[in-house]
Design a binder for this molecule. Structure first.
Ligand SMILES: Nc1ncnc2c1ncn2[C@@H]1O[C@H](COP(=O)(O)OP(=O)(O)OP(=O)(O)O)[C@@H](O)[C@H]1O
Ligand SMILES: O=P(O)(O)OC[C@H]1O[C@H](OP(=O)(O)OP(=O)(O)O)[C@H](O)[C@@H]1O
Ligand SMILES: [Mg+2]
Length: 296
């Protein structure tokens, strides 16, 4: 059956690290996901789109083939796919700020390691053979790659390989298996991808609409609304300290001559250090509040 051309198809991981976070992003963007008994697909109630729940490894293929116009997948999976593809038939539209992890080479705690040359002639177990092959080529190292589909951390104990190359975030899995990270091969997070296949007018418009909403969520997540009071002399320094703020609103404070209220939308992270600097420059009554929705 041909996919319905009047709606968008979005490929998401069915169950795993990215599943809930991907759905949360779409919900934050205002899409109401219909509950479905058939858990492999779900309609969006208030937008012509259908979610397809699949294995994450299949997402780059579906989007490249245009079976799904959009997908959410880790950069690690995408890169491994790209290294095996003849041409790139998808585009990365946004880094989503979740699913952060790194692909690392790890070795048993007891094994000596003295830089990448220690990998020469060794066996490295991984689910990411193409990425590891590229890394070894860049380093000019000759080593044998052993492909495993999961439980890679077990390889040294099973004497399949001395080294592993797998995803790490907290490092707890490595530690639990008596391994330590020795090299970082790739840093990764989830990204939104779109097919580069030509879309008809209907889906092209829907695609732009979806993108505007997702962009809105991503900008909003970083953005904060700052309010503070300042004296006339300190205004210039204070406004220059506001991270990623356009033109702030400055209004005189009633009954307090020479004092002003400054309001600004900051589109970059606001750290405690920033607040300390603002205070040091003469700001008082500083408030930082989250922004719920934003459309620029
Ligand atoms: N420890 C982690 N911390 C954060 N993100 C991670 C971590 N491990 C993996 N990820 C990211 O989440 C993605 C999905 O991880 P998961 O372990 O659920 O995949 P999987 O077992 O291959 O699932 P599937 O059944 O869909 O093939 C990874 O490709 C990676 O981008
Ligand atoms: O550094 P850590 O925080 O310990 O995370 C690393 C683990 O997370 C991932 O597996 P996941 O738990 O998603 O399970 P999976 O192997 O079944 O995919 C990855 O394959 C590691 O095993
Ligand atoms: Mg997978």
């Amino acid at each position: 059956m041909l996919a319905d051309r009047t709606r968008l198809h979005i490929a998401l991981q069915k169950s795993g690290r990215l599943s809930d976070l991907s759905r949360d992003l779409l919900r934050d963007a205002g899409f109401r996901i219909q509950r479905s008994k058939n858990s492999l697909t779900a309609r969006v109630e208030n937008f012509p789109a259908e979610l397809m729940f699949v294995r994450d490894d299949d997402i780059p293929t579906f989007v490249s083939d245009g079976v799904c116009e959009f997908g959410i997948v880790g950069q690690n999976v995408l890169e491994e796919f790209a290294l095996g593809a003849d041409e790139q038939r998808y585009e990365v539209l946004a880094e989503l700020g979740f699913g952060g992890c790194s692909l690392k080479i790890a070795a048993p705690e007891t094994l000596a390691y003295d830089g990448p040359k220690s990998l020469t002639g060794e066996r490295i177990a991984t689910s990411y053979p193409r990425i590891v092959r590229r890394y070894l080529a860049e380093q000019g190292i000759d080593a044998k790659i052993v492909k495993m589909n999961g439980a890679v951390e077990l390889a040294p104990r099973l004497q399949i390989a001395n080294f592993v190359c797998d995803l790490v975030s907290t490092g707890a899995t490595l530690e639990a298996n008596g391994l330590r990270p020795v090299e970082t091969v790739l840093d990764s997070q989830a990204v939104l991808i779109r097919t580069t296949k030509m879309l008809d007018d209907t889906r092209s418009k829907l695609s732009a609409g979806l993108l505007t909403r997702v962009d809105g969520v991503l900008t909003t997540k970083e953005s904060k609304y700052i309010m503070l009071n300042a004296t006339g002399q300190s205004l210039q320094q204070i406004t220059s300290l506001l991270p990623g703020a356009g033109a702030p609103t400055i209004v005189p404070l009633h009954g307090r001559p020479g004092q002003f209220a400054v309001h600004a939308v900051c589109q970059e992270s606001v750290f405690w250090e920033t607040l300390e600097q603002l205070k040091g420059a003469g700001a008082s009554a500083i408030l930082v509040v989250p922004i719920e929705k934003m459309m620029m």
